[in-house]
Design a protein around this ligand. Sequence first.
Ligand SMILES: [Zn+2]
Ligand SMILES: [Zn+2]
Length: 481
Amino acid sequence: MAEHDLAGELDAFLAAHEAELIEFRRDLHAHPEVGYAEHRTTRQIALRLEAAGLRPAILPKGTGLIADIGGGAGDEASVALRADIDALPITDEKNVPYRSLNAGACHACGHDVHTSVLLGTGLFLARAAASGALPGKVRLIFQPAEEVPGGALDVLAAGGISSVDRIFALHCDPKLEVGKVGTRIGAITAACDKVKVTLSGPGGHTARPHLTADLVFALGKIITELPAALSRRIDPRSCLSLVWGKVSAGTVANAIPDLGVAEGTVRCLDDGAWHAAPEMLKALVESVTSAYGLTGDLSYVRSVPPAVNDAASTAMIAAAADRVLGPGAVTQAPQSLGGEDFAWYLESIPGSLFRLGTRRPGSVDEFDIHQPMFDVDERCIGVGVRVMSATALTAIGPGNGAGPAGGPARLTGATMGAAGGAAGGSLAGGAGGPLARRADGEAAGAAGGAALAGPLLAGAAGGAAPAGPARARAGRAYPGR
Ligand SMILES: [Zn+2]
Ligand SMILES: [Zn+2]
């Protein structure tokens, strides 16, 4: 038997299909759709998955989809890979052939890349399953509405991670060179909540603040005291940060207004501090307003929790990347105070999100995500497919599942011969290329597997989303998300 060579198998797969995956990304980039409007995107993904013999299930709200690869015995290890598919409501200012054709929408967070990577990974793993070389089950989650955020909650509510042991995702990093990935144990992204403090009082003349309540002065106290008090009442290691972005009060220089508003965000890297923050802020607002004779109202809108990467899952990514990219490709990812709704999954099951380097080596461009000029070195798609595929195989390898990290999964050289011989195939739905072909029915059985059970089917048929088992397990409610 030929010695196992996963890197070689991925090389062969990408030699045949990388260009088409890049084309797929450019098509998505030219047709970006914002959260819950990803209908064309969903169709394009579904077409290609179905052509590979998979049976995607559309999520209840009509966008986003889930497809299972392999599985059968029921007790094998199961891993989910998640990509977000939505774009941002900003204008694409790049001058490239694949510039957005949808006014006011742009894939400026790289979710087109995430989607293309997951598609490529799914097609590679489907070939493995068709050859009987997938030792467990892989679930592909093409999640809508990450930027809204909340698409992750729809996936959870539809039972999207029920019976899944681990979950993985990646995110483009324009500061990291293509060919490298960044991993981190613990919080990699932050909670990001919205805070609005509204003060009201009688108003009056600025000559007589003692006869009324000096609302602007008190608003100033709110603006400075709340962040200051939080920094002394919450463990500094939680990196909780309240920063104001919008303040308004008054209309003229000599009148004390009767209304003032301060709005900002709370970001936090610690789950416990994140849960404690609203009550603490409420008490602080009350203490300031009562001291100055005003009424204060705090609106605290929860968004995503911090994304806390599990150590064993993170080690699997690093081992997989080492194996298929070679030594030196894995770097330590910095913590980000940005939010990422992948965090919702990590509150229920272990998993890890890693950074995918997208920066062109030697480039003078200083791209950042959420900017209208954001673009990537498209070789990152092939890198992503390699690492995602190897990570999934590592996680479902013998001795893994929900347990501690073990050795990587083994594919025999012979089993992936079909992928190696797939040169010249087409990803286009129904085009009949090697990936689209059902390999005389074997892919339809082995790779497609059964349609998703219960909740997803009910949802796809228009039923209401049932309560998410994952959320029930986590035992938490998230008011005002
Ligand atoms: Zn984003
Ligand atoms: Zn993003």
